[in-house]
Design a protein around this ligand. Structure first.
Ligand SMILES: Cc1ncc(COP(=O)(O)O)c(C=O)c1O
Length: 414
């Protein structure tokens, strides 16, 4: 008698998953994929299967993977000096801060290690700024549907209940208003407002751009009530939209008092920055803020190298981004469940009429990495080095995935 039983071969995914399920805080719902290495616009799993990386570690690997110039700098610096703390000087913070000042139009930088950490620092600046004027001036106005990070301060001004509710009470004095509603903004900002915080394009919230008029209104109100205008450029900044910073899409430019950026800045080596004008910078003096790791020589050198490369890439990002969105709009004509294609540069969202999770998994199966945000939005954050060739490849895969969704009847779920 045959005793056939299918033998389950343990995969790298099984092994990694089993160990993590035993020893990690279970905070992440990861996709079922182990990444092993990357080259250019592609990543590979342990079996060698290749994936076109159009999410880049949520907008971090801006130059793709294993970029030769970054590899060279990292190797060199690792053999020289990795960490100094901020007790001492090293050669790279000054030049990087100068580069950021020239690129942003804001004078002074503080270096830290992540997006949330930079937002925490910016909130401290707003608090300290308000405090100097009047202890009652501590309120922060932020937007519905925003995302500013997972630390308690950043969470307090994140306009999505699902992230906040398990940790309440959070910081007092946070107010939320609908984006792009100038009247609502005018009604809420007053003499108690210490800061107004805006993502120029909401990323995690589903790729929703701010209107220039709205940003101008925020600028005007911040000036009228002596509050700090803070732009969160963590996802939309540092080249992502074809400008150094997304607020530079406005003409004349609406400048914030404080800008925070992180993700792609050191292309995978953790780095966040707070960049402030002189007025805002005065709020924070010696001993009021600090970081052990912030602005280490490795991260600073990588960021300097990246910014050198980014200079020449900005027009390319704009051009390839337009091409990508045009191709997605062509798909929209063929698949009626695509409600909208949004974004700027290489920050792109596709709004579906049904939850996109299965499509993300299908695309992964077919060799394309993207992710889903806000249930029904497919989010793409391709590397800045992507060309029309990679876009065509992604579009080909998406077309197959969308056809599959039609066949399965996904679109009727709504
Ligand atoms: C706009 C925005 N702000 C803040 C953050 C938090 O950054 P981090 O995850 O580096 O703390 C993110 C992360 O996705 C973000 O997109």
């Amino acid at each position: 008698m045959s005793t056939f039983s299918p033998v389950h071969e343990e995969t790298a995914l099984d092994r990694v998953r089993a160990l993590e399920s035993e020893y990690l805080l279970q905070t992440y719902a990861r996709y079922p994929l182990v990444l092993d290495r990357g080259k250019g616009c592609y990543v590979f799993d342990p079996s060698g299967k290749r994936y076109l990386d159009f999410i880049t570690g949520i907008g971090v690997n801006a130059l793709g993977h294993a970029h030769p110039r970054l590899v060279k700098v990292i190797r060199e610096q690792a053999g020289r000096l990795l960490h100094t703390s901020n007790l001492y000087f090293h050669a790279y913070q000054g030049p990087l801060a100068e580069r950021l000042a020239k690129a942003s139009g804001l004078q002074r930088t503080f270096f830290c290690n992540s997006g949330a950490e930079s937002m925490e620092g910016a909130l401290k600046m707003a608090r300290a700024h308000g405090h100097k004027i009047n202890p009652e001036k501590f309120e922060i106005v932020a937007l519905n549907n925003s995302f500013h990070g997972r630390t308690l301060g950043a969470l307090s001004i994140t306009g999505q209940e699902k992230y906040r509710r398990d940790f309440e009470p959070l910081l007092p004095g946070a107010h939320f208003v609908p984006a792009n509603d100038e009247v609502a903004l005018e009604q809420i900002v007053n003499h108690r407002t210490a800061g107004i915080v805006i993502e120029w394009i909401q990323g995690e919230g589903g790729i929703y751009p701010m209107s220039v008029e709205y940003a101008r209104k925020a600028r005007e109100l911040a000036d009228r009530y002596d509050a700090l205008l803070i732009f969160d450029e963590i996802q939309c900044g540092v080249g992502r939209v074809g400008k150094y910073f997304a607020y530079q899409l406005s003409d004349p430019v609406v400048l914030p008092d404080v800008m925070v950026a992180a993700k792609p800045l050191a292309c995978g080596i953790p780095m966040g920055v707070i960049v402030a004008n002189e007025r805002a910078a005065q709020s924070i003096g010696a001993g009021m803020h600090g970081s052990t790791f912030g602005g280490g020589p490795l991260a600073c050198r990588v960021a300097l190298e990246f910014l050198d490369i980014l200079d020449g890439l900005l027009p390319h990002i704009d051009k390839v981004g337009c091409y990508f969105r045009a191709k997605l709009q062509d798909l929209q004509k063929q698949f009626s469940f695509i409600r909208e294609v949004r974004g700027q540069g290489l920050m792109v969202g596709v709004e579906l009429s049904f939850p996109g999770k299965q499509l993300v998994l299908d695309a992964m199966e077919q060799g394309l990495l993207m992710n889903g945000t806000h249930e029904t939005v497919l989010r793409f954050l391709p590397p800045y080095i992507a060309t029309e060739k990679e876009i065509d490849r992604a579009i080909g895969i998406l077309k197959r995935v969308f056809k599959l969704a039609v066949k399965r009847g996904d679109a009727r779920q709504n």
